[in-house]
Write a protein that binds this ligand. Sequence first.
Ligand code: NAD
Ligand code: ZN
Ligand code: ZN
Length: 337
Amino acid sequence: MKAAVVHDFTKSLNLEDRPKPQPGAGEVLVKVETAGLCHTDIHAAHGDWPVKPTPPFVPGHEGVGIVEQVGPGVTAPQVGDRVAMPWLGSACGTCEFCVDGWETLCEKQVNTGYSIDGSYAEYAVANAAYVALVPDAVDPLDAAVLTCAGVTTYKAVKLSGARPSQLVAVFGIGGLGHLALQYAKISGATVVAVDISDEKLELARELGADHAVNALTEDPIAAIQALGGAHSAISVAVAPKAFEQAFSSLRRGGTLVFVALPADNFVSLPIFETVLRGIKILGSIVGTRKDLAEVYAIHAQGRTRVIRETRKLDEVNECFEEVEKGQVKARIVFDLR
Ligand code: NAD
Ligand code: ZN
Ligand code: ZN
């Protein structure tokens, strides 16, 4: 089978022929139809984070496809079902986090396209209990994007506590941000979108953002404070500076949600203002299987729009560059059909 493989953090991905994997006990073999390109895949391929994957590995955690074979002991899903293979490839199921609705915090979790091979390939093997059933009403190209960008921002908006009376600021209108703003709108909040590209801000307005601020030409802190300050700010921009601006755009008692994971791992935030202004700072990592099912259901009702362009897996290295340069409208999805 064809696969895009990371061999070295300093080199491009290699497109190569690999043996088709075999599903073990509790696993399924999925024939990949679509695979979204999340900025996390770029961080993975570059070894950007403190905990690094071990090359060679196949990135991709927005994979959708059809179950072709099931391993011993698997009763669901069944051959022929369309499933998605999210970042949370599996968790232990028994630790205090897993049993308390926080499987995303499990210390024994396995991550698709990071600690196990992902969906940048014609076939992938996945844990049967952690793949998500994709409803027929959700297009497989949309489902790919919802599998990480969707569920991650849906969860972040949930944690932000966004409500109809509130102002929510979304910093970074990329793959994640274009969905974050839609979930914030669905929560009933007024939304301000911040990016450094006018095209992305135009898209934000099309998708329902009430205000749009270009952080290159306007001070987002002043602009958001002029609106009364944000009740919550969600940082999905791959730049520490955006986190700092998001912090300063909050009103008293506000909540800052950290979502993006820039290679430059540190921000500088003031203690005094955090304490005196009663600011809450939260980290938010993807979402649970339940969150993902909710994301698909909302999309099946026609309440979210996924903005994506389809490409061939052969173009993976060019696609990485385009995402890094901010040239992609929202999300690239590889179509392997
Ligand atoms: P993306 O490249 O599609 O989007 C990033 C956006 O940020 C772009 O629109 C870019 O123009 C904008 N941006 C860059 N600098 C900015 C600045 N200074 N101010 C405002 N906007 C700025 O990336 P993505 O796929 O949406 O991923 C975003 C980040 O989220 C990545 O770091 C990724 O690893 C991370 N991520 C986290 C989770 C999680 O569970 N916490 C899940 C998925 C992705
Ligand atoms: Zn992702
Ligand atoms: Zn666990």
